[in-house]
Design a protein around this ligand. Structure first.
Ligand code: PRT
Ligand code: ZN
Length: 292
């Protein structure tokens, strides 16, 4: 039987240098973890938790987590899905958002999925691309490339591509148009399915809870405003607050200060409505963390 490595630190896999690195490290620091210089070493001890980071290429993360070399890891869903590993996805993280799409030359004959039949498709994601076309019963010839996929049609290496897209600018610059989406991706926190000690399980739960608090705070703003007392019912209708707003009487007769939390997505709309309802001196503050 495999022994539980309860005497070792919780090991977290993070991309060493790439699109997900800063956001992941900021997130870990945002939930209270402190690390020494992670630029110089592959294995970095956390100063205030029984945690260490293993900084590696993103392609290696799912397998390291599957094998239990790392207990948890932060990696794009696209990589985990392509590698077809046996891990548990604990949480989608709302950054590194992109999609794996099939794209073809703008003025060519490929306009829909069926038009890919018999075509050569360059990709770094052969597994996801193959299963997409199998599902659509379209037979394609896949050419696996490790990079620079978008120039393959111009070099006549392929007729079309299957690649990650976020803004769409790279496709545009290479005269390609998106035909269909194969996979919608975001960064995910994944966990090994190998047995974990109780201590590690508790620590993972704590990390998850803190991430939820951090994400809620990131999506919210604390707002403060002054208003005449008679405007309170109208203002309470406008504010989609988590709980009742705090209402404090001011020295000025008939005036109150109102404090509450609003989702950032609604902030501007709420601001305008509040002003119309009679609020003034509206101040917005970022929130560092939030447990509700
Ligand atoms: O060295 P290592 O192997 O660790 O890094 P990498 O070069 O393989 O990966 P990296 O850092 O480029 O990307 C890491 C992860 O970021 C990916 O696995 C995705 O989960 C996520 N991500 C989000 C993206 C993109 N957006 C993205 N736009 N990964 C790559 N791209 C590339 C895409 O391949 C294409 O070349 O950006 C180009 C398209 O971008 P737009 O904005 O022009 O559409
Ligand atoms: Zn990679």
């Amino acid at each position: 039987m495999r022994t539980l490595n309860s005497d070792t630190s919780l090991r977290i896999a993070v991309q060493k240098s790439g699109r997900l690195t800063d956001k992941t490290l900021n997130l870990l620091e945002g939930i209270g973890m402190r690390f020494d210089d992670y630029k110089r070493s592959m294995l970095v001890k956390c100063r205030n938790f029984d945690v260490e980071l293993l900084l590696i290429r993103d392609d290696d993360i799912p397998e390291y987590v599957e094998d239990g070399v790392c207990d948890i890891g932060f990696v794009g869903g696209n990589v985990t899905a392509e590698d077809q590993v046996n891990v548990t996805v604990l949480k989608g993280l709302d950054y590194g958002v992109c999609r794996l799409s099939i794209a073809a030359p703008k003025n060519g004959s490929i306009k829909k999925v069926k038009d890919f039949d018999g075509k050569k498709i360059a990709t770094s994601y052969p597994n996801l691309t193959r299963s997409f076309f199998e599902k659509h019963e379209v037979s394609v010839d896949l050419i696996t490339l490790s990079g620079a996929v978008e120039i393959a049609p111009r070099l006549e290496v392929s007729d079309a591509i299957s690649d990650l897209v976020s803004s769409g600018n790279t496709l545009k610059a290479n005269g390609l148009v998106e035909i269909a989406t194969i996979y919608e991706s975001e960064t995910e926190l994944i966990q090994t399915n190998k047995p974990l000690s109780e201590g590690k399980k508790k620590l993972i739960e704590k990390i998850l809870l803190r991430i939820e608090g951090y994400q809620k705070a990131e999506r919210s703003r604390y707002i403060m405003m002054n208003a005449p007392e008679e405007a309170i019912p109208k203002i309470r209708n406008i504010i989609p607050s988590l709980k009742s707003p705090t209402i404090v009487p001011l020295a000025d007769d008939g005036m109150v200060a109102i404090h509450t939390v609003v989702p950032i997505a609604k902030f501007w709309q709420v601001m305008e409505q509040l002003k119309e309802a009679g609020a003034s001196g509206i101040v917005m503050l970022p929130i560092e963390s939030m447990i509700v």
